[in-house]
Ligand binder design. Structure first.
Ligand code: NOJ
Length: 536
């Protein structure tokens, strides 16, 4: 902490909560969540202490990829409501002193977007160059070997104009050509449209995909590919992603946000740490927060986790603000990955590491991935690669609010089935249980948001081994905290070497540990984690 707390930006002090709108709350009983539904549930978020909301796409869309295929960047899909509903949501949030972050999907549009319909209409249409069109090779095959993230080749043949177009995702999601100046200007206008309305920031979808190799060279083969992996991983996307010029675009987007001031630019980027941090941009003029997904790809092992935390902290550019994520709508939920007991340890980690945390809806009640029978699978990634268990539906199921039919989410059968445990595990029940996951989240958020050290203080690793990690958060003039997490199921023992720690446990995975005095050695049972407010 190198300045007074009030000089940090809202997004540095804050916590982001991701809502997947289809699954949060349905207000009109069509089985699909909507904007009015989110408004109805703002009390929950306010009670939980959430300062900022990120909502996955709500724009008009044929829903081939559930909203990540946009047909109009400045409208609202009727499934979710209309622009009045949106304005109401924004006002309601701002009245509660909460921020709204929208999902921006600039890499590709829907194939139903008027831009693509025009582009496709003929080879000499003025919008032809807005997308990535290419002649076939002399033998009629696609221009190169690039693969789609969702399976199959990334090139789709257009019989009418006798060219291929490129789609990193579904063929219904053609990639825009970001080398075209008009495309860039059109998207900057979209950004301005929402910023003028008062939106507080954007989470930019697949930011590292936006520019591709100008020469369209073949991607090299991935020698580490194994059959259970997505087909896409057969190649290393060396030429189809993370091209140097992408940083110019990110910088331009950031400049547009800076025209308005106090707005946040998040980038969705799945890259190794040393590449990820380049998205902060030269002199931090890129993304404020390139999403840090380290915690969701690695084995849940104390020595691995402690070393990646240190690697990440060490790789951050000067003044680059860290951030942490446990899961999202594309990944397994944390509870399903590490188990219910360790999910409690995980949230202590998430909310006490240095940097902005993002919480995925439902994690606050320990929701788990729900098995979706084959004949009910909705997600194109699951449908296109059956048998590989790659569907993202399990992590997108309706929020479990109470024990009524359909869990209080809707009055009709929801678009995805609800977890069978919903009558036991839901917001209403957990709210009244002093030792539930929800109570832990509530307590941790309140603690973090009332302690400048936990919000913006420095991070110092203290000790780690193959079972546990311990670190200190400290800030001039504020309390010091020691966090000790047992990431294993067996007891662990922490014998501090350089300092005798004394203090009070202020939050823990289980109630028996709360209010305990610490004086020297710390012994924890399996799956336990504690936050100690140190005496000095
Ligand atoms: C990343 C999004 O998070 C994911 O849900 C989507 O399918 C792809 N980008 C394509 O937009």
């Amino acid at each position: 902490m190198d300045k007074p707390i009030n000089q940090y930006a809202w997004w540095q002090k804050g916590i982001i909560y991701q809502v997947y709108p289809r699954s949060f709350q349905d207000s009109n009983n069509d089985g699909i969540g909507d904007l009015q539904g989110i408004i109805q549930r703002l009390d929950h978020l306010q009670w939980l202490g959430i300062p900022a909301l990120w909502i996955s796409p709500i724009y008009p869309s044929p829903m081939a990829d559930f909203g990540y295929d946009i047909a109009d960047y400045t409208g609202i899909d009727p499934i979710f409501g209309n622009m009045d509903d949106f304005d109401e949501l924004l006002t309601e949030l701002h009245n509660r002193d909460m921020k709204l972050i929208l999902d921006l999907v600039p890499n590709h549009t829907s194939n139903q977007h008027p831009w693509f319909i025009e582009s496709k209409s003929s080879i000499d249409n003025p919008k032809r160059d807005w997308y990535i069109w290419h002649d076939p090779l002399p033998d009629g095959s696609p221009p190169n070997n690039w693969l789609s993230v969702f399976g199959g080749p990334a090139w789709e043949w257009d019989e009418n104009s006798k060219q291929f177009y490129y789609h990193a995702f579904l063929k219904e999601q053609p990639d825009l050509n970001w080398r075209n100046e008009e495309v860039k200007q059109a998207m900057m206008d979209v950004i301005r449209f929402w910023l003028k309305k008062g939106v507080d920031g954007f989470r930019v979808d697949v930011m590292w995909h936006m520019i591709k190799d100008k020469q369209f060279r073949d991607n090299p083969v991935n020698k580490d590919y194994e059959n259970h992996m997505a087909d896409y991983e057969k190649l290393l996307p060396v030429y189809s992603t993370d091209q140097p010029m992408v940083h110019d675009i990110v910088r331009e987007m950031r400049a547009v946000l800076d025209e308005f001031g106090n707005r946040l630019l998040i980038g969705e980027i799945y890259l190794p740490v040393h590449k990820l941090v380049t998205y902060y941009g030269h002199e931090n003029k890129g993304a404020h927060l390139p999403f840090n997904f380290l915690l969701l790809g690695l084995p849940w092992d104390a020595s691995v986790i402690s070393s990646v935390i240190d690697e990440y902290e060490g790789a951050l550019p000067e003044n680059g603000w860290p951030n942490w994520v446990l899961d999202n709508h594309d990944q397994s939920r944390i509870t399903s990955r590490v188990g219910f007991m360790q999910a409690k340890v995980a949230v202590i980690l998430l909310l006490t590491l240095r940097g902005t945390p993002t919480i995925y809806y439902g994690d606050e009640i320990g929701m788990r991935d729900v098995p979706i029978p084959f004949n009910e699978v909705m997600d194109p990634q699951g449908l296109n690669m059956p048998g590989k268990n790659l569907s993202r539906d399990p992590a997108r199921t309706p929020m479990q609010w109470d024990d009524s039919l359909y869990a209080g989410f809707s009055g009709s059968r929801p678009w995805l089935r609800i977890d069978k445990s919903y009558a036991r595990e839901n917001v209403a029940i957990q709210k009244n249980k002093p030792f539930s996951m929800l109570t832990l989240y509530h307590k941790l958020i309140a603690l973090r948001q009332s302690e400048p050290t936990l919000m913006v203080g420095d991070y110092k690793p203290v000790y780690s081994n193959n079972q546990m990690i311990a670190y200190i958060r400290h800030a001039e003039g504020s309390s010091r905290f020691l966090i000790v997490l047992n990431m294993s199921h067996r007891p662990c023992y922490f014998k501090p070497q350089h300092e005798v720690f004394t203090g009070q446990v202020v939050a823990a995975t289980i109630p028996e540990l709360e209010d305990m005095r610490i004086d020297g050695d710390i012994n924890l049972s399996g799956d336990e984690g504690i936050i100690i407010k140190l005496d000095n």
